[in-house]
Design a protein around this ligand. Structure first.
Ligand code: AMP
Length: 496
């Protein structure tokens, strides 16, 4: 997953893009970058591996001069994770285009071949974002305009939509011309627009999440529609156009479960409220399936489950207690490359408050169970602390399938629920009882916030993918994501 932002204002924007990236840091901790352009059409950029605060020092910020620009935080999904994958990515023709992308193209390999063999464009990485950038650049170049206007740019976006499959929310900087932002025709990944009054013109922000708008003094204008593109020229003129033939809003439901900040609204649905409803629905299900339950206390696994867990406790009328204290400075365990490291780091990341467990029947709540590493370890910790019985609730349904749309999920074979029944998963993680949210309830919990959304992207639960897939795509992805194969590849790299 990644976070993207673009700002067009009267004065220098780099400091505000930096602040915006700090607020999007949860969407990617691997690399960060900023590109800005000034009124003399000079482009300045800085990108590197690491957290936002580590990538940008005072000396870098002083050189980032310009009144429109874009920023990116990266979390590797299908591609590699070296320096060359940091974004914004840049291509010099036409005009000099820098691009920040959140999502994943499922036909990147095929497009990369077309770019090289038919369109005289060579790519330097196997990043799908570089493919997307070059497709857009090629389509814009084909119009042969020295000074492209909104119409030319929207035409290039339309052509990009026709050629690209998968998920993409994009903000690109066209040197000397302005910012262009667009979203795939399902609107899988989020993208919102904010507006602020300047002295002589309106100023704009476009970003993955709107939580950052108010702290920068912007108010939300609206979300970018699926398939739509918005162009803010270098003087701050705003243009927008629907560029897809068949747009349909199908946002990724996992943004509400886990990814987005609770203070964001994604496609008009408050993430905070959606998580509360997830907790309430879990409580309803517990009352239905286990009316005589003997739960003494509800304990969240911090941080992403706390809102659902709290509402679950309120709805069940059972005490809610913080039983774990998180070390905020350790980073997310999930992104540790191998299973052994992941296991150790759960223990280092969460410290237990033993008194909250001793002699009690506890219901632990997490937002989701992926490999089962966290739940297994935490249940063990709860028992060591003297819990009598340990029940477990997941605010999301069983995750059984890979994610193709920009969320880093392991290979199917590494997902604990991929080929197990719920009671087998319970046994595997050593829970006395396990309850998963039903998909129906999860969809309802999200949809209640915006009944106009008829469908969500839910493939990790159903295995039904809403975009076309080229042959062998799933098998290839399965192979690149398997831990075993990752280790083999590293070993052969080291010896070769
Ligand atoms: P696991 O230990 O593999 O079962 O992972 C479950 C934990 O990872 C949960 O606590 C989630 O909050 C978190 N999680 C779920 N999906 C992701 C993801 N794509 N990236 C990072 N963490 C995740």
């Amino acid at each position: 997953m990644c976070g993207i932002v673009g700002i067009s204002a009267e004065n220098n924007v780099a400091a505000e893009i930096y602040d915006a990236l700090l607020m999007l840091q949860h969407r990617g901790q691997d690399a960060a970058g900023i590109s800005v352009c000034d009124q003399e059409d000079k482009l300045s950029k800085r990108k590197s591996m690491g957290y936002v605060r580590d990538v940008f020092q005072q000396r870098h910020m002083e050189k980032l001069i310009g009144n429109y620009g874009i920023g990116h935080v990266r979390y590797p999904t299908a591609g590699g994770n070296g320096k060359e994958f940091a974004q914004p990515m840049y291509v010099n023709s036409p005009y000099g285009i820098s691009l920040a992308h959140n999502g994943n193209l499922t036909n990147a390999k095929q497009l990369s071949n077309e770019l090289f063999h038919a369109e005289m464009r060579h790519l330097q990485t196997d990043s799908d974002s570089e493919v997307l950038l070059n497709i857009f650049a090629h389509e814009l170049a084909k119009q042969r305009e020295i000074y492209p206007d909104a119409k030319n740019i929207f035409k290039a976006v339309s052509k990009t939509h026709i050629r690209c499959d998968g998920a993409y929310a994009v903000i690109a900087l066209i040197t000397g011309h302005g910012l262009i932002a667009f979203r795939d025709n399902n609107g899988i990944r989020p993208l919102s627009i904010g507006i602020r009054k300047g002295k002589t013109r309106d100023e704009y922000v476009v970003a993955s999440e709107d939580a950052l708008f108010s702290s920068l003094g912007f108010s939300k204008l609206r979300d970018v529609d699926p398939g739509e593109a918005v162009f803010i020229d270098k003087n701050g003129q705003f243009f927008s156009q629907q560029c897809a033939d068949n747009p349909q809003k199908r946002p990724c439901i996992f943004e509400y479960v886990y990814f987005s900040r609770p203070d964001s609204k994604i496609d008009e649905i408050s993430v905070y409220k959606a998580r509360m409803r997830m907790g309430a629905k879990l409580a309803e299900q517990i009352n239905k399936t286990k009316p005589d339950h003997d739960i003494d206390v509800v304990i969240p696994i911090p941080d992403s489950s706390t809102i659902a867990a709290h509402q679950l406790a309120v709805s069940l009328n059972i005490p809610y207690r913080e039983g774990f204290v998180k070390n905020r400075y350790i980073g997310r365990t999930f992104i540790m490359p191998y299973q052994e490291e992941r296991k150790k780091s759960v223990r280092r990341k969460l410290n237990i408050l033993e008194e909250e467990f001793h002699g009690k029947n506890v219901l632990l709540v997490d937002d989701s169970i992926v490999r089962g590493t966290t739940s297994k370890k935490i249940i063990e910790m709860a028992r060591d602390a003297g819990a009598k019985k340990v029940y477990f609730a997941s605010a999301a349904p069983p995750i059984k399938y890979q994610n193709l749309y920009g969320i880093d999920m392991p290979a199917t074979s590494e997902l604990i629920a991929s080929n197990k029944t719920n009671s087998e998963v319970a046994e595997d993680i050593s829970a006395d009882w396990l309850i998963y949210q039903s998909l129906e309830d999860l969809i309802e919990a999200a949809k209640e916030g915006n009944p106009d959304i008829l469908e969500f992207e839910t493939s990790i639960f159903t295995g039904v993918y809403i975009t076309p897939l080229i042959e062998n795509y799933l098998e290839d992805l399965e192979n690149t994501r398997k831990d075993e194969l990752k280790i083999q590849r590293e070993k052969s790299k080291a010896s070769g």
